[in-house]
Design a binder for this molecule. Structure first.
Ligand code: HEC
Length: 205
């Protein structure tokens, strides 16, 4: 009889097979099933600028500090459609997330921690592009005690601005903080990132 403990081939093949089967069964098959279940064939294609902004959001690791999932409170009664209300601490972020919110997202940015607020519906809560530009350029110019890093490399000044940059309309307090006459120009990358943030709205239907 072949002993599992002395046959090195078996020792390699068995764990690798078990690992592969478990990965397929626990992760891959359910993921593909969910994807097929919630894919929306009629969804409008994502505009190129939003897709580019999404890639920047991913590359910058915004999801390490920001979730995109509003949690539901299953201890309270569901409404007629079977939807639960949001958890009390999530109520300000909007209606609870549903699987179909992530149907066309690869990868979805559910996130694991909230150093900053949830961004699932940020396009509705904060609809001003200029607010977002100012915040991205200098978070403390609009939220004095913010712990968010400044992403200044997505901006130019008066002297080095290029074609395609867009002038940011700074709020009065931010202008005072940065200095009179200072201009902030959002690069196409900043414009794409903010277009992505403004696209974060509840999926209708
Ligand atoms: C180190 C953690 C951290 C990272 C990384 C980070 N943020 Fe933030 N963010 C915060 C904190 C904390 C706040 C709350 C204070 C504030 O509004 O500045 C915040 C607030 C925000 C807000 C305002 C949300 C609201 O509801 O008020 C937006 C929008 C935002 N961040 C976008 C981004 C984007 C886009 C990136 C990546 C380019 C990013 N953040 C990266 C910590 C972070």
């Amino acid at each position: 009889m072949i002993s599992f403990h002395t046959n090195h081939r078996l020792l390699l093949v068995v764990p690798v097979t078990v690992f592969t089967l478990l990965s397929l069964g626990i992760a891959w098959v359910p993921a593909m099933h969910q994807k097929a279940l919630h894919a929306d064939a009629e969804a409008a294609p994502v505009p190129a600028e939003v897709a580019r902004g999404r890639a920047i959001y991913q590359a910058e690791g915004c999801a390490f500090c920001h979730t995109q999932q509003v949690r539901q409170d299953t201890r309270r009664p569901a409404d007629a459609e079977g939807r639960f209300p949001p958890l009390e601490q999530d109520a300000r972020y909007g209606a609870p997330s549903r699987p179909k919110d992530y149907g066309d997202q690869d990868p979805p940015f559910l996130g694991t921690g909230r150093t900053g607020p949830d961004l699932q519906n940020v396009g509705v809560r904060l609809p001003s592009a200029d607010w977002h530009y100012t915040h991205l350029f200098d978070p403390r110019a609009v939220v004095p005690r913010s712990k968010m890093p400044a992403y200044r490399w997505y901006f130019h000044g008066k002297a080095d601005r290029r074609e395609g940059d867009r002038r940011v309309l700074l709020p009065v307090a931010a202008q005072e903080r940065l200095g009179k006459g200072v201009e902030v120009w959002a690069t196409p990358d900043a414009q794409a990132l903010i277009a992505y943030l403004l696209s974060l709205k509840p999926v209708e239907k």
